[in-house]
Design a protein around this ligand. Structure first.
Ligand SMILES: [Zn+2]
Length: 584
């Protein structure tokens, strides 16, 4: 179907279509599920004005529905943006009419489109347009990549980039302003580390930001200085310090921002991601809105708002952006409890095992976050707190406990983003408090190389503790933190199964007792993420009445080895009943 049809059909019709689809259910599933409700199953629709012909039918498919009562099917019918029937080939044939497009899937594996519960599309988009330093394995390679990019920037023009990771380099030392100066001194430069919590500036950028040996650390941040000379080394830790330089960088033009965002959205679609829960900014929201108006938004976006904004502003954004549009809405308010493990800015309960001088940084004081959280909760906001270290997680859980105590019980679905390192006694608190653990399995593919050094063997047992959380009954939602990690969900599935790097280290997996089954991993990545944005029953399963958001994969991931899963490609992505991507 054509773009825009989904929205036209949707407006005000959710309830109608859901109810209708109960009657229109065709095939074994309907019979099995509803026993006596034979009218729809056998006699066809009897409801006046009901649609009996599908726009799109997929047959001879190997469908994994994620619907626990009927996990497997062969065919499905789509009308407008919705799945109208799921079942056997024979049963679904009834939906084929003159105008129906029928696709023979030749046994291809089909499941619900992925819902990435944690992305940053604006950053991902802009990152596509800046110097990419990912994968540089030495300081020399890092400098080489910057040197190659010099030609794209005029003297005086800001050069920005991201993705370097000194833990990959033999000496594992941070780069310095002097390393950058050796490449160019006539363009201000600022390059963020892969985790976005540390950046390195050259001398011209430091000068422009008036950072000298006398500049004190801003609260919550750190300006690294040479122990001998007292001069800033160029390394800035955490937003508070990095912002001194970032504030000097001109905003991207609207044209540039849109170009980047369109690239990021294509990336999502090509990777089978049909919903994205995004923390960008209002400029980005405006771009999504523009794309939506033009019928070009093919990923459903829930946009988070900054937790620390004044409440009145949050309410203004919420009413402006809305909370119910199926393609674009505002979501939770997101705050940051701490930084990252890689940069040792994650807040731990005791010092880092590989640097006893630090326990990391809490970015918000417990009393402060508690006061804001209670106030925002009272205004009906869902809250999402970024927490990596065990201390940050404990403060986040304490905050949610306080909310319930003060404001009473309700279905609030507060979330902890990352929930990376947990004290054993805190794991059961998630389920008890109904707190969603929004986690990114593919982080482990990168972090496994140094996480145990940072944490030591004892604490490592509570790291990326998917299985323990799941066993306690915690609702998980999976994502990637794109662009921190690639948006490709196959990396996450591989991580769930192995807890090894793509190269297979450590053999048998890091803390292998925390691996989870492929079915559960898929569920957390689809239905789990849908639940985290109050969209369960609307998306996340291949089920009549839900949105036709689907992905077709090159392999049956339920029956494939982890190595094959890692290489599995997306053959087709369907969003709102429309084929939005097809591989060549
Ligand atoms: Zn993030």
């Amino acid at each position: 179907m054509k773009g825009g049809g989904g929205r036209k059909l949707f407006s005000g019709r959710w309830a109608t279509v859901s109810a209708l689809s109960l009657f229109l259910l065709v095939g074994e599933h309907a019979l099995g599920a509803r026993g006596g409700m034979k009218r729809g199953a056998e006699g066809g629709p009897s409801t006046a004005g009901a649609k009996t012909v599908a726009d799109l039918v997929l047959v001879h498919a190997n469908i994994y529905t994620l619907d626990r009562s009927h996990p497997h099917a062969e065919a499905l019918a789509i009308s407008g943006p919705f799945i109208t029937a799921v079942g056997g080939n024979k049963a679904i044939e009834k939906w084929i009419g003159a105008g129906t497009r029928v696709i023979d899937m030749h046994g291809a594996f089909v499941t619900a489109g992925f819902n990435d519960a944690h992305v940053h599309l604006r950053e991902a988009g802009l990152a596509k347009l800046v110097v990419k330093l990912n994968g540089a394995r030495t300081l020399n390679e890092f400098e080489g990549k910057i040197r190659v990019a010099l030609a794209d920037y005029a003297p005086g023009e800001w050069m920005t980039g991201e993705g370097w990771d000194h833990t990959l380099w033999p000496a594992q030392l941070f780069p310095t302003r002097y390393d950058l100066d050796s490449v160019a001194r006539d363009r201000p430069m600022f390059f963020e580390r892969v985790d976005g919590h540390i950046g390195v500036a050259n001398s011209l950028a430091l000068k422009d930001a008036h950072i000298t040996r006398d500049t004190p650390d801003p609260p919550g941040g750190h300006i690294m200085k040479d122990a001998r000379t007292g001069e800033p080394t160029g390394i800035l830790e955490e937003d508070a310090a990095m912002n001194l330089v970032i504030a000097r960088i001109p905003e991207p033009s609207a044209e540039k921002l849109r170009r980047g965002i369109e690239m990021a959205l294509s990336d999502a679609t090509e990777n089978g991601v049909t919903s994205a829960q995004d923390f960008s900014n209002w400029d980005a929201f405006r771009v999504y809105e523009e794309l939506k108006k033009e019928g070009k938004l093919k990923v459903r976006i829930s946009e988070w708002l900054p937790f620390e904004l004044p409440l009145a502003e949050l309410e203004k954004y919420r009413s402006e952006g809305g909370t119910t549009d199926p393609w674009l809405k505002t979501g939770p308010v997101k705050g940051f409890m701490d930084g990252s493990l890689g940069s040792r800015t994650a807040a731990l309960l005791s010092p880092y095992s590989d640097d006893p001088s630090t326990e990391g940084l809490l970015r918000m004081k417990p009393e402060y976050v508690r006061r804001l959280a209670i106030e925002r909760d009272r205004a009906g906001f869902q809250i999402a707190l970024h927490a990596i270290g065990d201390r940050a997680n404990r403060v986040a859980l304490d905050t949610y406990e306080a909310i319930e105590e003060i404001n009473g019980k309700r279905d609030r679905r507060d979330r902890i983003e990352h929930a990376q390192v947990l004290a054993p006694e805190d794991i059961s608190r998630f389920a008890k408090l109904d707190v969603i653990a929004s986690m990114q399995p593919s982080h482990i593919l990168t972090d496994v190389r140094w996480a145990e050094r940072r944490l030591g063997p004892e604490r490592s047992r509570g790291a990326y503790a998917w299985h323990s959380l799941e066993s306690e009954g915690t609702q998980l939602a999976f994502g990637t933190d794109y662009p921190v990690e690639a948006i490709n969900p196959m990396r996450g599935l591989y991580a769930c199964l192995t807890r090894e790097t793509p190269e297979g280290a450590p053999k048998g997996g890091w803390e292998p007792q925390e691996r989870i089954k492929i079915e559960d991993c898929l569920r957390d990545y689809t239905a789990g993420s849908a639940y985290a944005e109050f969209e369960e029953g609307k998306k996340g399963e291949v089920k009549a009445g839900e949105y036709a958001d689907l992905v077709v994969l090159s392999a049956d991931v339920l029956k494939s080895s982890a190595a094959v899963i890692l290489q599995t490609r997306v053959k087709m992505t369907i969003a709102g009943g429309e084929i939005v991507y097809q591989s060549k």
